[in-house]
Design a protein around this ligand. Structure first.
Ligand SMILES: Nc1ncnc2c1ncn2[C@@H]1O[C@H](COP(=O)(O)OP(=O)(O)O)[C@@H](O)[C@H]1O
Ligand SMILES: [Mg+2]
Length: 379
């Protein structure tokens, strides 16, 4: 029997839990062409949520079409246009003949050539005169609007890992270009999501930025223990095993309700369970998880500066007033100005998060590893 629980993949169907309010809000935005921005740290469930909501919105609804664009490997503006054009064409035309004809018709200016690689799920790739694309990318940026208009269908363009545009040579110029085109698109709405909260907030919530007031901003939270516990128990019992409510709660406590880790730990615990899971099994599964990550965490810690590591030490020791003189001396944090710099650097490295004004660890397993094996603090 396949083990239940998924991690590192999109959570869907019986593995997608809760998020009812966010799903509803997103489906409504999709149906009424409201732009949406979703912000949360990595692995909290943005991609899963968008996928889930897009599936619901297009069920029994032929008026709406989705185009999924994942900027995961995209680091330059040129690459963006190439990738974007390909994704829009592929989601709009399914048959090879249609794809070919429409590529020539809609993107002819760029002298496109199309390649199909056959096999499981034919892949289609485009090459174009990229100098010309960079000079005037308008036809590519307006592609969804044009297709939507021709087919009289609403199009929702979903762009994942949107924070990657900050690596482009001129991110601000790029944002201005996008915005000036997109604001004229009445057939298309955009759903933009990504991690790096500070960067995303900067782009979407600063009055001086082109994307200010672009759409509905959702700060996605973790999934609450109250939703995880019945889910974990349900998945155990659907596969012929049992776990008590308190033990399911322990899984959420050790992983701090972090969606990816809840699933990973639940799976590990399930694999070690004969028929009845126990606290012991869960604790051992968690210990193993922490140790498995050891290499990675060592590398991460080595890449931090001494004062950054000292700051993490202070956090784990329960300090809260990091700029107070005695704390700064005790842990070697330097001046209050320095403490601000340390925090910013750790936020930017996605080690900590400052939501709510207090620093907290983004990775609960890293936190446990640091406490146990690095600083050797009894928990
Ligand atoms: N709604 C959900 N229900 C159950 N598990 C989820 C849910 N959302 C996310 N997860 C878990 O978290 C992992 C990361 O989710 P993902 O959608 O890839 O996050 P993100 O796009 O924010 O990085 C998934 O592989 C899954 O294990
Ligand atoms: Mg994702």
């Amino acid at each position: 029997m396949d083990a239940p629980f998924v991690f590192g993949k999109i959570a869907s169907a019986e593995n997608f839990t809760d998020r009812n309010d966010e799903t509803l809000r997103l489906v409504q935005n999709f149906k009424s062409s409201v732009n949406t921005i979703i912000i949360s740290p990595r692995r909290w469930g943005k991609s899963s949520l968008v996928e889930h909501a897009s599936r619901l919105a297009s069920r029994n609804n032929r008026e709406i079409r989705f185009c999924m664009v994942d900027l995961n490997n995209v680091r330059t503006e040129e690459h963006f246009y190439e990738y974007y054009a390909t994704a829009v064409m592929r989601s709009s035309f399914t048959r090879a003949k249609e794809l070919l004809e429409n590529t020539t018709r809609l993107l002819g200016r760029f002298m496109p050539s199309v390649t199909f690689s056959p096999g499981h799920g034919t892949t289609f790739s485009l090459s174009m005169d990229w100098k010309e694309v960079m000079r005037t990318p308008d036809d590519i940026l307006d592609l969804p609007q044009k297709i939507g208009n021709e087919r009289k269908k609403k199009i929702v363009v979903c762009i994942d890992e949107f924070q990657n545009i900050s690596a482009f040579t001129d991110p601000l110029g790029f944002q201005k270009k996008l915005r000036s085109h997109w604001q004229r698109h009445n057939m298309v709405s955009y759903c933009l999501y990504g991690s790096k909260r500070h960067m995303m907030i900067d782009v979407f919530a600063s009055p001086s930025m082109p994307f200010y007031k672009f759409g509905d901003i959702i700060f996605l939270e973790k999934i609450a223990a109250g939703d995880w516990i019945p889910y974990i128990r349900r998945r155990f019992s659907a596969t012929g095993k049992r776990i008590g409510a308190e033990d399911a709660r322990l899984i959420t406590e050790l992983t701090d309700c972090h969606p990816y880790y809840v699933q990973q730990l639940a799976r590990q615990a399930w694999l070690r369970t004969g028929t009845e899971c126990s606290r012991d099994v869960i604790r051992r599964a968690f210990d193993d998880l922490v140790l498995q990550m050891s290499m990675l965490f060592h590398t991460l810690t080595d890449s931090l500066s001494n004062t950054q590591v000292n700051f993490l030490h202070a956090m784990l020791s329960g300090e809260e007033k990091f700029s107070a003189q005695d704390t700064a001396i005790k842990f070697g944090l330097g001046t209050p100005g320095n403490v601000t710099k340390i925090k910013n650097a750790l936020v930017s490295r996605e080690v900590i998060d400052m939501a709510g004004g207090r620093p907290c660890f983004l990775d609960p397993v890293y936190r446990a590893w640091l406490a146990r094996y690095y600083f050797r603090i009894a928990e």
